[in-house]
Design a protein around this ligand. Sequence first.
Ligand code: ADP
Ligand code: MG
Length: 259
Amino acid sequence: MAAVAFHKKDSTPAPSATPMVTLEGVNKWYGQFHVLRDVNLTVKRGERFVICGPSGSGKSTMIRCINRLEEHQKGRITVDGTPLTEDVRNIEAVRREVGMVFQQFNLFPHLTVLQNCTLAPIWVRKMPKKEAEEMAMTYLKRVRIPEQANKFPGQLSGGQQQRVAIARALCMRPKVMLFDEPTSALDPEMVKEVLDVMVELAREGMTMMCVTHEMGFARQVADSVIFMDRGEIVEQAPPAEFFKNPKSERTRAFLGQVL
Ligand code: ADP
Ligand code: MG
């Protein structure tokens, strides 16, 4: 395969000692409901975190707080050294660095695959159209669907749509990619084609936070596995330790269900 990297290194990287994502004492409420409870974590450059836990435990909320799709009320979140505050400039700075892939793809249905990929580079990054299209084709090749470039999302399978969503996120040259159950809405035979792309991305050194129950993926690429329950990080460990010797009873019960 052509040696085109998924992720071009930024020409002016922040000092490598700066973590890519930090959450310190993060708390969030939906009304009276305490959805995130004192969440602390540090993701360094190039690290891959997998987050698992029962439905309703706050995984999506935590991931969505990292690019301010949700607002936390207490504690501190930083992305590549930039703190997420009310300051719109900070929020925009963070969003430029964070790529997000959702369970339901969230492609624009009225735009072609290529237009989905070039929209933000052209309008947000002010990239010339031709350059944006060339870049988009490079990423569509990497997710193995260049031949679908002129189709509309509705004409593609779920697995193909999710690969478009990954290519679209990569077109913004993010420094960190957030995945929220990217394979949960897919038919079983399409899960692998999406995971293969994610594994490749991980191998190329992308910093990734992935909410997933694909424990094979966690074993293969994660540096750290986090188990969340009722808004708390109950356990965090490298996969070998996490699966072999889970410390908490809640983690054991959960793993008993998903493994
Ligand atoms: P997970 O992704 O782990 O399944 P979520 O982060 O989606 O969990 O949700 C955590 C909890 O917060 C759930 O109980 C959910 O019902 C609740 N919740 C999520 N979004 C909202 C919202 N916008 N308003 C009120 N409650 C919400
Ligand atoms: Mg969720």
